[in-house]
Design a protein around this ligand. Structure first.
Ligand code: AMP
Length: 303
Protein backbone atom coordinates (compact mmCIF):
# COMPACT_ATOMS: atom_id res chain seq x y z
CA UNK A 1 0.00 0.00 0.00
CA UNK A 2 1.15 3.52 -0.58
CA UNK A 3 0.11 6.74 1.07
CA UNK A 4 0.38 10.09 -0.70
CA UNK A 5 -0.11 13.45 0.99
CA UNK A 6 -0.35 16.95 -0.44
CA UNK A 7 -0.38 19.88 1.95
CA UNK A 8 1.52 22.84 3.30
CA UNK A 9 5.06 22.96 4.61
CA UNK A 10 5.46 26.09 6.62
CA UNK A 11 7.15 28.40 9.02
CA UNK A 12 4.76 29.01 11.92
CA UNK A 13 4.86 31.84 14.44
CA UNK A 14 2.66 30.98 17.40
CA UNK A 15 1.57 32.59 20.59
CA UNK A 16 -0.14 30.44 23.21
CA UNK A 17 -0.74 30.89 26.95
CA UNK A 18 2.30 28.64 27.42
CA UNK A 19 4.85 30.50 25.33
CA UNK A 20 5.71 32.04 22.02
CA UNK A 21 7.75 30.80 19.07
CA UNK A 22 8.85 32.50 15.85
CA UNK A 23 9.31 30.77 12.49
CA UNK A 24 9.29 27.16 13.66
CA UNK A 25 8.73 24.37 11.16
CA UNK A 26 5.06 23.45 10.65
CA UNK A 27 2.53 22.86 7.90
CA UNK A 28 -0.17 20.29 7.31
CA UNK A 29 1.98 17.98 5.14
CA UNK A 30 4.89 18.14 7.58
CA UNK A 31 2.86 17.02 10.59
CA UNK A 32 0.85 14.52 8.56
CA UNK A 33 3.84 12.78 6.99
CA UNK A 34 5.80 12.59 10.22
CA UNK A 35 2.85 11.08 12.08
CA UNK A 36 2.04 8.59 9.30
CA UNK A 37 5.70 7.60 8.95
CA UNK A 38 5.43 5.57 12.17
CA UNK A 39 2.97 3.25 10.43
CA UNK A 40 3.68 3.25 6.70
CA UNK A 41 5.96 4.85 4.06
CA UNK A 42 4.71 8.23 2.85
CA UNK A 43 4.98 10.12 -0.46
CA UNK A 44 4.90 13.85 0.01
CA UNK A 45 3.81 16.59 -2.42
CA UNK A 46 4.49 20.15 -1.38
CA UNK A 47 6.63 23.19 -2.10
CA UNK A 48 9.11 25.09 0.06
CA UNK A 49 11.45 27.99 -0.58
CA UNK A 50 15.22 27.83 -0.34
CA UNK A 51 14.88 29.17 3.21
CA UNK A 52 13.37 25.88 4.46
CA UNK A 53 15.79 23.96 6.72
CA UNK A 54 17.60 21.09 5.05
CA UNK A 55 17.81 19.37 8.45
CA UNK A 56 14.01 18.96 8.49
CA UNK A 57 14.00 17.45 4.99
CA UNK A 58 16.78 15.04 5.98
CA UNK A 59 14.86 14.08 9.10
CA UNK A 60 11.72 13.35 7.02
CA UNK A 61 13.67 11.24 4.52
CA UNK A 62 15.31 9.32 7.34
CA UNK A 63 11.80 8.54 8.63
CA UNK A 64 10.81 7.00 5.29
CA UNK A 65 9.09 10.02 3.75
CA UNK A 66 9.65 10.09 -0.02
CA UNK A 67 10.46 13.67 -1.04
CA UNK A 68 10.50 13.21 -4.83
CA UNK A 69 7.25 15.20 -4.97
CA UNK A 70 8.65 18.11 -2.97
CA UNK A 71 9.61 21.17 -4.98
CA UNK A 72 12.24 23.52 -3.64
CA UNK A 73 11.36 26.78 -5.41
CA UNK A 74 12.94 30.19 -5.70
CA UNK A 75 11.06 32.29 -3.17
CA UNK A 76 9.90 32.19 0.40
CA UNK A 77 8.26 29.27 2.24
CA UNK A 78 4.56 29.49 3.26
CA UNK A 79 4.16 31.28 6.59
CA UNK A 80 1.37 31.14 9.13
CA UNK A 81 1.07 33.32 12.18
CA UNK A 82 -1.53 32.52 14.80
CA UNK A 83 -2.41 32.50 18.45
CA UNK A 84 -4.41 30.52 20.97
CA UNK A 85 -6.22 31.77 24.04
CA UNK A 86 -6.96 29.45 26.96
CA UNK A 87 -9.41 27.61 24.74
CA UNK A 88 -6.75 25.72 22.81
CA UNK A 89 -9.36 24.23 20.50
CA UNK A 90 -9.55 27.44 18.48
CA UNK A 91 -6.58 28.60 16.41
CA UNK A 92 -6.85 32.30 15.57
CA UNK A 93 -5.08 33.23 12.35
CA UNK A 94 -3.20 36.53 12.33
CA UNK A 95 -1.57 36.17 8.93
CA UNK A 96 -1.30 33.63 6.11
CA UNK A 97 1.42 34.20 3.51
CA UNK A 98 1.07 31.66 0.71
CA UNK A 99 4.40 32.71 -0.91
CA UNK A 100 5.75 29.79 -3.02
CA UNK A 101 2.27 28.19 -3.00
CA UNK A 102 0.87 31.05 -5.11
CA UNK A 103 2.22 29.55 -8.33
CA UNK A 104 2.65 25.91 -7.39
CA UNK A 105 1.52 23.55 -10.17
CA UNK A 106 2.65 20.08 -9.09
CA UNK A 107 3.31 17.28 -11.54
CA UNK A 108 3.24 13.94 -9.75
CA UNK A 109 6.28 11.68 -10.16
CA UNK A 110 5.27 8.54 -12.10
CA UNK A 111 5.47 6.25 -9.02
CA UNK A 112 3.15 8.52 -7.02
CA UNK A 113 0.37 8.13 -9.60
CA UNK A 114 -0.24 4.57 -8.43
CA UNK A 115 -0.82 5.51 -4.78
CA UNK A 116 -3.58 3.52 -3.10
CA UNK A 117 -4.28 6.03 -0.30
CA UNK A 118 -4.38 9.79 -0.75
CA UNK A 119 -4.64 12.52 1.84
CA UNK A 120 -5.54 15.94 0.48
CA UNK A 121 -4.19 17.93 3.41
CA UNK A 122 -5.18 21.45 4.31
CA UNK A 123 -4.21 23.56 1.29
CA UNK A 124 -5.81 25.34 -1.67
CA UNK A 125 -8.68 23.15 -3.00
CA UNK A 126 -7.39 23.94 -6.50
CA UNK A 127 -4.22 21.98 -5.65
CA UNK A 128 -6.22 19.21 -3.97
CA UNK A 129 -8.24 18.74 -7.19
CA UNK A 130 -5.14 18.95 -9.33
CA UNK A 131 -3.40 16.18 -7.35
CA UNK A 132 -6.46 13.97 -7.27
CA UNK A 133 -6.79 14.15 -11.04
CA UNK A 134 -3.24 12.79 -11.39
CA UNK A 135 -3.68 9.67 -9.20
CA UNK A 136 -4.86 6.70 -11.22
CA UNK A 137 -7.14 4.54 -9.06
CA UNK A 138 -6.87 5.45 -5.41
CA UNK A 139 -8.66 3.13 -2.96
CA UNK A 140 -9.23 5.70 -0.23
CA UNK A 141 -9.10 9.46 -0.57
CA UNK A 142 -9.46 11.70 2.48
CA UNK A 143 -9.51 15.47 2.76
CA UNK A 144 -8.94 18.15 5.39
CA UNK A 145 -9.53 21.88 5.10
CA UNK A 146 -9.88 25.01 7.21
CA UNK A 147 -11.80 28.28 7.48
CA UNK A 148 -9.29 30.12 5.24
CA UNK A 149 -10.22 27.90 2.25
CA UNK A 150 -13.90 27.56 3.19
CA UNK A 151 -14.12 31.34 2.87
CA UNK A 152 -11.69 31.85 -0.05
CA UNK A 153 -12.68 28.98 -2.38
CA UNK A 154 -16.09 27.59 -1.39
CA UNK A 155 -17.03 26.32 -4.85
CA UNK A 156 -13.79 24.46 -5.54
CA UNK A 157 -13.86 23.04 -2.04
CA UNK A 158 -17.33 21.61 -2.60
CA UNK A 159 -16.14 20.12 -5.87
CA UNK A 160 -13.28 18.30 -4.18
CA UNK A 161 -15.46 17.18 -1.25
CA UNK A 162 -17.75 15.50 -3.80
CA UNK A 163 -14.87 13.31 -4.99
CA UNK A 164 -13.46 12.03 -1.69
CA UNK A 165 -14.33 9.07 0.56
CA UNK A 166 -13.56 10.64 3.93
CA UNK A 167 -13.59 14.19 5.26
CA UNK A 168 -11.41 14.81 8.33
CA UNK A 169 -12.29 18.25 9.66
CA UNK A 170 -12.41 20.13 12.93
CA UNK A 171 -15.64 21.02 14.63
CA UNK A 172 -15.61 24.79 14.07
CA UNK A 173 -14.91 24.20 10.39
CA UNK A 174 -17.62 21.60 9.80
CA UNK A 175 -20.08 24.05 11.38
CA UNK A 176 -18.87 26.86 9.13
CA UNK A 177 -18.92 24.68 6.03
CA UNK A 178 -22.44 23.32 6.54
CA UNK A 179 -24.05 26.17 8.49
CA UNK A 180 -25.28 23.54 10.97
CA UNK A 181 -24.31 23.71 14.67
CA UNK A 182 -25.25 20.15 15.64
CA UNK A 183 -22.25 17.99 14.75
CA UNK A 184 -24.17 14.82 13.94
CA UNK A 185 -26.46 16.74 11.58
CA UNK A 186 -23.48 18.61 10.11
CA UNK A 187 -21.67 15.31 9.43
CA UNK A 188 -24.77 13.88 7.76
CA UNK A 189 -25.05 16.99 5.59
CA UNK A 190 -21.43 16.54 4.51
CA UNK A 191 -22.07 12.88 3.74
CA UNK A 192 -24.94 13.88 1.48
CA UNK A 193 -22.40 15.90 -0.55
CA UNK A 194 -20.45 12.70 -1.38
CA UNK A 195 -18.09 11.27 1.27
CA UNK A 196 -19.15 8.06 3.00
CA UNK A 197 -17.39 8.93 6.24
CA UNK A 198 -16.79 12.09 8.26
CA UNK A 199 -14.29 12.37 11.09
CA UNK A 200 -14.73 15.47 13.25
CA UNK A 201 -11.74 16.59 15.33
CA UNK A 202 -12.81 18.21 18.57
CA UNK A 203 -9.48 19.09 20.20
CA UNK A 204 -9.45 18.19 23.88
CA UNK A 205 -12.91 16.60 23.49
CA UNK A 206 -11.62 13.96 21.11
CA UNK A 207 -13.08 12.74 17.85
CA UNK A 208 -16.55 12.03 16.50
CA UNK A 209 -16.49 9.52 13.66
CA UNK A 210 -19.56 8.94 11.51
CA UNK A 211 -20.32 6.65 8.62
CA UNK A 212 -23.58 5.31 7.30
CA UNK A 213 -25.38 3.93 10.36
CA UNK A 214 -22.28 3.98 12.64
CA UNK A 215 -21.03 6.47 15.20
CA UNK A 216 -17.75 6.07 17.06
CA UNK A 217 -16.49 8.46 19.70
CA UNK A 218 -12.86 8.57 20.85
CA UNK A 219 -11.59 10.70 23.71
CA UNK A 220 -8.51 12.87 23.53
CA UNK A 221 -5.74 11.69 25.82
CA UNK A 222 -6.04 13.73 29.03
CA UNK A 223 -2.57 15.28 29.20
CA UNK A 224 -1.33 17.37 32.10
CA UNK A 225 1.07 19.36 29.96
CA UNK A 226 -0.05 20.87 26.67
CA UNK A 227 2.24 23.40 25.04
CA UNK A 228 0.96 23.92 21.55
CA UNK A 229 -2.02 22.35 19.79
CA UNK A 230 -0.68 23.33 16.33
CA UNK A 231 -0.39 20.26 14.14
CA UNK A 232 -2.57 18.04 16.32
CA UNK A 233 -5.21 17.80 13.60
CA UNK A 234 -2.72 16.87 10.90
CA UNK A 235 -0.94 14.42 13.19
CA UNK A 236 -4.30 12.82 13.89
CA UNK A 237 -4.94 12.49 10.17
CA UNK A 238 -1.43 11.04 9.66
CA UNK A 239 -1.97 8.35 12.27
CA UNK A 240 -5.47 7.64 10.94
CA UNK A 241 -4.50 7.31 7.27
CA UNK A 242 -1.16 5.70 8.13
CA UNK A 243 -2.96 2.88 9.90
CA UNK A 244 -5.47 2.39 7.05
CA UNK A 245 -2.66 2.27 4.48
CA UNK A 246 -0.69 -0.18 6.64
CA UNK A 247 -3.55 -2.72 6.46
CA UNK A 248 -2.03 -3.74 3.14
CA UNK A 249 -5.04 -4.26 0.96
CA UNK A 250 -7.09 -6.20 3.53
CA UNK A 251 -10.82 -5.50 3.32
CA UNK A 252 -11.34 -2.85 5.98
CA UNK A 253 -13.93 -3.38 8.68
CA UNK A 254 -15.57 -0.79 10.89
CA UNK A 255 -13.19 -1.96 13.63
CA UNK A 256 -10.21 -0.97 11.43
CA UNK A 257 -11.61 2.53 11.14
CA UNK A 258 -12.04 2.64 14.90
CA UNK A 259 -8.47 1.51 15.49
CA UNK A 260 -7.26 4.04 12.90
CA UNK A 261 -9.07 6.73 14.92
CA UNK A 262 -7.27 5.64 18.08
CA UNK A 263 -3.88 5.55 16.31
CA UNK A 264 -4.53 9.10 15.11
CA UNK A 265 -5.56 10.25 18.58
CA UNK A 266 -2.56 8.57 20.24
CA UNK A 267 0.00 10.05 17.85
CA UNK A 268 -1.62 13.51 17.97
CA UNK A 269 -1.39 13.46 21.77
CA UNK A 270 2.41 13.58 21.49
CA UNK A 271 2.41 16.53 19.08
CA UNK A 272 0.84 18.91 21.60
CA UNK A 273 3.43 18.14 24.27
CA UNK A 274 5.96 20.49 22.63
CA UNK A 275 6.15 23.27 20.05
CA UNK A 276 6.59 22.45 16.36
CA UNK A 277 7.49 18.84 15.46
CA UNK A 278 9.88 18.47 18.42
CA UNK A 279 8.02 15.71 20.21
CA UNK A 280 6.61 14.02 17.13
CA UNK A 281 9.90 13.46 15.39
CA UNK A 282 11.56 11.25 17.99
CA UNK A 283 8.81 8.82 19.02
CA UNK A 284 9.50 5.14 19.60
CA UNK A 285 7.18 2.28 18.74
CA UNK A 286 7.01 1.50 22.49
CA UNK A 287 5.77 5.01 23.29
CA UNK A 288 3.02 4.72 20.67
CA UNK A 289 2.02 1.24 21.84
CA UNK A 290 1.85 2.26 25.46
CA UNK A 291 -0.34 5.25 24.60
CA UNK A 292 -2.65 2.96 22.60
CA UNK A 293 -2.93 0.77 25.72
CA UNK A 294 -3.68 3.89 27.77
CA UNK A 295 -6.50 4.76 25.36
CA UNK A 296 -7.95 1.30 25.79
CA UNK A 297 -7.83 1.64 29.58
CA UNK A 298 -9.45 5.09 29.41
CA UNK A 299 -12.69 3.84 27.92
CA UNK A 300 -12.83 0.21 29.01
CA UNK A 301 -15.73 -0.85 31.18
CA UNK A 302 -17.65 -4.03 31.94
CA UNK A 303 -21.38 -4.45 32.30
P1 AMP B 1 -3.61 21.83 12.60
O1 AMP B 1 -3.10 20.43 12.54
O2 AMP B 1 -5.03 21.93 12.18
O3 AMP B 1 -3.29 22.50 13.91
O4 AMP B 1 -2.81 22.65 11.45
C1 AMP B 1 -1.61 23.31 11.74
C2 AMP B 1 -0.83 23.70 10.50
O5 AMP B 1 -1.67 24.26 9.48
C3 AMP B 1 0.20 24.77 10.83
O6 AMP B 1 1.47 24.20 10.97
C4 AMP B 1 0.10 25.79 9.67
O7 AMP B 1 1.33 25.99 9.03
C5 AMP B 1 -0.87 25.15 8.71
N1 AMP B 1 -1.78 26.13 8.09
C6 AMP B 1 -2.32 27.23 8.66
N2 AMP B 1 -3.11 27.90 7.78
C7 AMP B 1 -3.06 27.20 6.61
C8 AMP B 1 -3.66 27.34 5.30
N3 AMP B 1 -4.48 28.37 5.02
N4 AMP B 1 -3.39 26.41 4.37
C9 AMP B 1 -2.58 25.38 4.65
N5 AMP B 1 -1.96 25.17 5.83
C10 AMP B 1 -2.21 26.06 6.82
Amino acid sequence: MSLLVVGSMAFDSINSPFGEVERVVGGSATYFSLAASYLTPVRLVSVVGRDFPKGTLDMLSARGVDLQGLKVAEGITFQWKGYYEFDLNIAHTVKTDLNVFENFAPVLPATYRESSHVFLGNIDPRLQLDILAQVREPKIVALDTMNFWIEKSPQLLREVIRSVDIVVINEAEVRELTGEFNLVKAARMLMRMGPGRVVIKRGEYGVLHLSDGEIFVAPAYPLETIFDPTGAGDSFAGGFMGYLASRDGAALTEMDYRLATIYGSAIASFTVEAFSTERLQGLSREEIDSRLAAFRALTEFHV
